[in-house]
Design a protein around this ligand. Structure first.
Ligand code: PLP
Length: 489
């Protein structure tokens, strides 16, 4: 289906309106009363928004949405991203008037329900992770990392120490070294061993009094659980370093392992991954940070407290790292996560991990049977990484071609070319919300693609063929942004 859709500005016609208010002077009595205060805030310049009718606006956005792929439309096996189905009850609860129409500056006594949600969610997350205190403030996972690393830094500063390095395994998400650098540390890479886990001997070589901490994703981005983690934590602690856990993959261990019980001092959650919330297109997210009791005083922003049945916001004290975000964080994502946890229920949370792991293992078997290689081939947790390296050698087909062709079969592509330690990587995470039939249909499509690579490679090199736009030169597109539709020559 080829749809023509120009930017909404090109449809603007002078005088068109999406709504009309008959009584133009509704606010006039208030206006008269506060004229002076109000006038200083009145905009003097034209705002230059497009002028359109309601059908113009609705149809524009519905047409755009029809050109897009989304998790309500089909399977989204994007490794590391945990693109699980988002139950509609989350949307219902988070859009209730009493939540949606709040302002964060309202006095505490007018927002007791919202504060209660935040208070209880922080308690649930602490219980789930084995941490002692949780801040809900960070905007997403990467900002949670920055928050956590700043907490580690402040802790060392309070102890009068100036440490230089944060150690990061080579299987880490790119945000880990980035957050480390932004917080003022040097990120040092630790090589993985043949099993795809942190190499303990390699780690030992890098450990000294200049190490502020180790940042680990567990299970890591290969989907492999770091089995030596307790020993690793002891090693890092023995030189005075702290253990940071990137909790983006928490859905793999939920209800089975608590990071706080296996040696971690700080971790961030990705509420928008582990506890649902749609997050394709870059947001919104929420990246709460949990810490052990000895780090509580460094938490950012506010804490919600319960005193004599009343919920109150209380700023953290003098050792707080300060504020990371305006107000209290992304509240609507917190409501979704809260709803998800309450809906699944305490007794059943671990079934999330069970289904995530069994789905990944089943799909890995199907993908291997379909003819794809899986280099770090131990039992994966919630995701696995296949490699298109031998396919590239044999047929001249790149992993990118496979990823583009899978779109023609009605699926979103897996994550490609990440993690960097696997060549021609195809990183696949089915998540716990997908049915067996869906996994089988996806594997069947991957099998067909391999057949095409053998018999008709040209079709792959020019894929996709059935999407609203064909293969784009993404580097050119980034450098020469052109949003207006033009007929293809
Ligand atoms: C998604 C992810 C992040 C970053 O989280 P955002 O919410 O996208 O900022 C960090 N680490 C891992 C392992 C991730 O999968």
């Amino acid at each position: 289906m080829h749809l023509k859709e120009d930017p909404i500005f090109t449809r603007s016609r002078k005088g068109k309106k999406a709504y009309t208010i008959q009584e133009e002077k509704v606010f006039s009595s208030l206006y008269d009363k506060y004229r002076e205060e109000i006038e200083q805030y009145i905009r003097r310049d034209e705002i230059n928004l497009p002028e359109l009718s309601e059908p113009d606006v609705i149809r524009h956005f519905i047409r755009l949405s029809n050109m897009n792929y989304n998790v309500d439309l089909g399977f989204y096996p994007l490794g590391s991203c945990t693109m699980k189905y988002n139950p509609k009850i989350n949307e219902f609860v988070s859009s209730l008037e009493g939540f949606r129409a709040l302002h964060p500056s309202q006095p505490d006594n007018t927002v007791q329900g919202a504060l209660r949600i935040m208070y209880e969610l922080a308690l649930y997350l602490a219980e789930i992770s084995g941490m002692d205190a949780v801040t809900l403030e960070p905007a997403a996972g990467a900002q949670g990392e920055l928050t956590g690393i700043k907490i580690i830094k402040k802790y060392h500063e309070k102890n009068g120490e100036k440490r230089k390095y944060i150690l990061v395994p080579d299987s880490a998400h790119g945000t880990n070294p980035a957050s480390t650098t932004l917080a003022g540390y040097v990120a040092k890479t630790i090589k993985s061993n043949k099993m795809g886990m942190i190499d303990v001997d390699e780690l030992a070589k890098h450990l000294n009094e200049d190490v502020a901490g180790l940042m680990v994703t567990n299970p890591n981005t290969l989907g492999i659980f770091e089995r030596d983690i307790k020993q690793i934590a002891e090693m890092v602690h023995s030189v005075g370093g702290l253990m940071y856990m990137d909790g983006a993959n928490l859905n793999a261990i939920l209800g089975y392992i608590r990071p706080g019980d296996i040696g971690f001092d700080v971790l961030h959650f990705n509420l928008h991954k582990t506890f649902s919330t749609p997050h394709g297109g870059g947001g919104p997210g929420s990246g709460p940070v949990g810490v052990k009791a000895f780090l509580k005083e460094f938490l950012p922003g506010y804490e919600v407290e319960l005193e004599n049945g009343v919920y109150k916001r209380k700023p953290h004290g003098k050792w707080s790292i300060g504020k990371m975000l305006a107000f209290l964080g992304h509240f609507s994502v917190m409501v979704r996560a809260y709803t998800y946890i309450r809906m699944v229920g305490k007794e059943h949370l671990r079934e999330i991990a069970e289904n995530a792991v069994i789905n990944a293992n089943y799909l890995k078997k199907l993908i291997k049977d379909a003819g794809y290689e899986v280099p770090y081939d131990s039992i994966p947790m919630h995701e696995f990484v296949a490699s298109g390296e031998s396919i590239k050698k044999k047929y001249g087909i790149k992993t990118l071609d496979i990823a583009k062709r899978i779109l023609d079969y009605g699926f979103h592509a897996p994550t490609v070319y990440f993690p960097l330690i696997v060549h021609e990587a195809l990183m696949i995470e089915p998540t716990e919300t997908e049915a067996k039939e869906t996994l089988e249909a996806f594997a069947e499509a991957m099998k067909q693609i391999l057949k095409e690579a053998r018999e008709n490679p040209e079709i792959l090199k020019k894929a996709p063929h059935r999407t609203p736009t064909g293969r784009l030169d993404d580097v050119y597109a980034v450098k020469n942004l052109k949003v207006k539709y033009e007929e293809e020559q």
